[in-house]
Design a protein around this ligand. Structure first.
Ligand SMILES: [Fe+2]
Length: 259
């Protein structure tokens, strides 16, 4: 979620940006993207590293959702394929050309729409990308929508965003950032990732335990800004499993809009 124009973020080669823009204008989710061999290679290189890492680093709820997703590291999945799978949970991926304004993005979740980009990161930026590319969207978010609990959590953000005033919206964005994007829970005394930014980045997934990890607290996060363009120096964690963490987040979302 950001309002920065996507092309101004990096000084990638013109040919890469041109290709990305070709994909960005394909806004009909039923029409598949013909990915190039080099794009398929990027998907395979990143996801074949991420998937084995999940066994140790991802929370149980995500691992269960991953199995249901039938995603593999062999081929970039098309939105038409994923949407068929997500139908049962009433969510749908909708292609967008780039980052969209946060309230609109969240209200989309209320309406069962997951706005996602379809371009893939540059081959020189395999480990980390500050922009949401298709690896982030699918490995970080779309797979997780196979979990009914994750659906409830996302819908709660959307419902709240549709009612929030400007100050409440700012707090919602911060909670979203430190949970849906970079959330960490605890299972069997081990920190496990559930945030999309962690689950879609080799660098972040390998290193999040080395950051300053602060116990989750609504008031602290409500005061804490974040920088979408830079990796973190600190993150927040729950000392509970994903299910209990999600319950707390939903309660806190309710507090924000009723407070
Ligand atoms: Fe995201």
């Amino acid at each position: 979620m950001s309002e920065k124009p996507i092309d101004s973020l990096y000084s990638f080669k013109e040919s890469y940006l041109k290709r990305r823009n070709e994909i960005a204008v394909l806004l009909d989710e039923s029409i598949d993207v013909n990915y190039l061999k080099e794009e398929e290679d990027v998907w395979t290189q990143v996801t074949s590293t991420l998937i084995p890492l999940y066994e140790k680093k991802a929370c149980f709820e995500y691992l269960t959702a991953l199995k249901k997703s039938k995603i593999s590291s062999v081929k970039i999945p098309q939105f038409s394929f994923i949407n068929k799978n997500l139908e049962k949970n009433y969510f749908k991926l909708i292609p967008v050309s780039g980052l969209i304004e946060s309230r609109n993005f969240l209200i989309g979740l209320r309406d069962s729409k997951i706005y996602c980009t379809r371009f893939i990161r540059h081959k020189d930026s395999l480990d980390y990308t500050s922009e949401p590319d298709i690896i982030h969207e699918i490995m970080g978010h779309a797979i997780f929508f196979n979990s009914p609990l994750y659906c409830i959590l996302n819908r709660a953000f959307g419902e709240a965003a549709s009612k929030a005033d400007e100050d409440q919206m700012k707090t919602l964005e911060r909670i979203y950032w430190y949970t849906i994007e970079f959330g960490i829970c605890t299972e069997n005394n081990q920190k496990k990732a559930f945030g999309a930014g962690l689950l879609s980045s080799i660098q972040e997934l390998c290193n999040f335990e080395n950051l300053e990890l602060i116990p989750y607290d609504l008031e602290t996060i409500a005061r804490d800004g974040f920088d979408t363009m830079n990796p973190h120096t600190k993150l927040y964690y729950f000392d509970k499993n994903f299910e209990e963490s999600a319950k707390i987040i939903v309660e806190d979302i309710m507090k924000i809009i009723s407070g």
